[in-house]
Ligand binder design. Structure first.
Ligand SMILES: [Zn+2]
Length: 240
């Protein structure tokens, strides 16, 4: 990123800090967040470099900003903020939002429908989040989910394969994920109870985002259910 970014970031860290009470309020209930000072530093930089916008009259408070930033910084704690470079905006809706979808099929017929979303990550663009989905459903973590998509999109398509580090084996990653994904889809199709949200069966990229949520919130369980995927995620997120 160069010396200018380094200098700006150094200044941000010198001049700002997060008030203890604010941090406690913002991260209440987010027990999976590590208490390392490194996370708070990253959050300060994140807040300095990203721009929050509320929609439909929602006022994004400092506590909301810090809460979103803290969760968003967890996946890049060992990677660095440059992994979220190239875009600025985080748009917060009070509740789930509707998006108009269009698709042209092979016969040239245009299909249009509305999707109700809790979050959306656009390639090179903003991350969109529903505050209600963030706070009311403990089974999902919309923030980690959407930011995992952001990492996945860094090398082009959202295909469940983010840019892997030197020394990681792409074939191993794909083999571990495909095996887990196929088994998971099979279980969902047969109507079995699944440990992960059945939404993960939508696409390999959704499986990556959903299991990234699990990896950070319930690492032990993730290792037990999906040891090979867990190993790959541990290498990618540089955890442990
Ligand atoms: Zn998703």
């Amino acid at each position: 990123m160069g010396w200018l970014t380094d200098w700006r970031r150094k200044r941000v860290l010198e001049k700002h800090r997060i008030d203890e009470t604010l941090w406690k309020t913002a991260t209440a209930g987010l027990d999976f967040l590590p208490s390392t000072p490194k996370l708070r530093e990253l959050v300060l930089l994140f807040l300095a470099e990203k721009e929050f916008t509320g929609t439909h009259g929602l006022r994004v408070t400092d506590a909301m900003r810090v809460s979103i930033a803290a969760q968003a910084c967890l996946p890049i704690l060992e990677l660095g903020l440059d992994w979220y470079a190239g875009w600025r905006g985080i748009v917060v809706y009070p509740g789930d939002f509707r998006v108009r979808r269009t698709e042209v099929d092979e016969d040239g017929v245009v299909h249009e429908w509305d999707d109700e979303l809790a979050g959306e990550a656009m390639p090179g663009g903003p991350v969109v989040l529903s505050w209600d989905a963030m706070t009311s459903d403990p089974a999902i973590n919309v923030v980690i989910h959407e930011f995992a998509h952001k990492l996945d999109m860094l090398n082009g398509a959202a295909d469940g394969v983010p840019p892997l580090h030197v020394g990681m084996d792409r074939r191993r990653w794909i083999a571990a994920f495909e095996e887990a994904y196929e088994g998971f889809c099979d279980a969902v199709e047969r109507g079995k109870q699944t440990w992960l949200d059945p939404y993960a069966a939508e696409h390999l990229s959704e499986f990556f985002a959903v299991i990234s949520e699990a990896f950070f919130r319930e690492p032990e369980e993730t290792r037990r259910h999906y040891p090979d995927v867990y190993d790959q995620l541990r290498l990618f997120y540089r955890q442990g």
